[in-house]
Design a protein around this ligand. Structure first.
Ligand SMILES: [Zn+2]
Length: 276
């Protein structure tokens, strides 16, 4: 799934279209009024977390790339029907594939909390702490994926930030010392910008320390893979150097009831359906 930094790249790629007028639009989406789009001028291209926002005079198209969404400029992808194609005066076209598209009427500031976007200049770590403290029983691995708190943070960023800040994914927010919580919040933004930098250089994967890895780069212990919490996203962590503050039930492991895979000796495990 494209994470926030990938949306920054999409925003940058599409920004030169701002100021252009739409000649026509088509595609298999039922959520866009093609006639209304015709003759409209693209006013701005923004992003909020994993949403790409194309604003016209009185409305905005919100494009969410979901798991496999993508876009193309100029040349369409062979054999694929675009969800939306916007043809501009002058001949250029933007193609959007496999995305959820919605039309938002009026001002975006009523819809979006810009302070929640880890890539935004308006990001507020203080707001994130307040929102986290309001969810004390939430597992930190779920909280980091909560787009109202950390808009733009996806599964890779979650796994890497928890490792970098030596924090076990199964900690409840309430049990994490405030200093550590603040460090996690700050690193969610710091790491997102590193992600963007590496992505620009096409070298993101080589920097992953735990995501899809088998061995802890700090202490060489076998990493564990689980699908925890309400989000049930693939979680890689080291149970030796990522601290667990939450107390497991008496006599039980914190991993009781969660399918775990020590990665050194095991084959693939079945992927859970995403809870949405
Ligand atoms: Zn370790």
């Amino acid at each position: 799934m494209p994470e926030g930094p990938s949306l920054v790249l999409a925003r940058e790629a599409l920004r030169p279209f701002a100021g252009l007028t739409v000649k026509s639009a088509d595609g298999n989406t039922t959520q866009v009024d093609f006639e209304r789009l015709q003759g409209s001028t693209l006013k701005s291209v923004r992003s909020w977390g994993k949403h790409l926002l194309l604003s016209f005079n009185k409305f905005t198209l919100r494009i969410h790339f979901l798991m496999f969404g993508s876009y193309a400029i100029g040349t369409p992808k062979a054999g694929r029907t675009p969800r939306l194609a916007i043809h501009f005066e002058g001949g250029e076209t933007i193609f959007i594939y496999t995305a959820s598209i919605k039309t938002i009427e009026g001002s975006l500031s009523k819809v979006y909390d810009w302070s929640a976007d880890v890539m935004s200049t308006r990001w507020s770590s203080a707001n994130a702490i307040v929102k986290l403290k309001a969810k004390p029983q939430t597992l930190i691995c779920d909280a980091l994926l909560n787009q109202e708190i950390f808009s733009g943070v996806g599964n890779i960023i979650k796994n890497e930030v928890l490792f970098r800040m030596r924090t076990h994914p199964l900690n409840k927010v309430a049990d994490i010392p405030t200093a550590r919580l603040k460090a996690l919040v700050d690193d969610a933004r710091v790491y997102s910008f590193l992600f963007l930098k590496w992505k620009r250089k096409f070298e993101l994967k080589k920097h992953w320390e735990v995501h899809t890895r088998k061995k802890c780069p700090r202490d060489a212990h076998a990493l564990v893979k689980i699908y925890p919490g309400t989000t049930r996203r693939r979680t890689f962590f080291c149970s030796h150097c990522q601290e667990l503050f939450s107390k497991p039930p008496r006599g039980k492991s914190i991993l009781a009831g969660i399918a775990t895979t020590p990665l050194r000796n095991s084959g693939p495990i079945k992927r859970h359906k995403k809870a949405r």
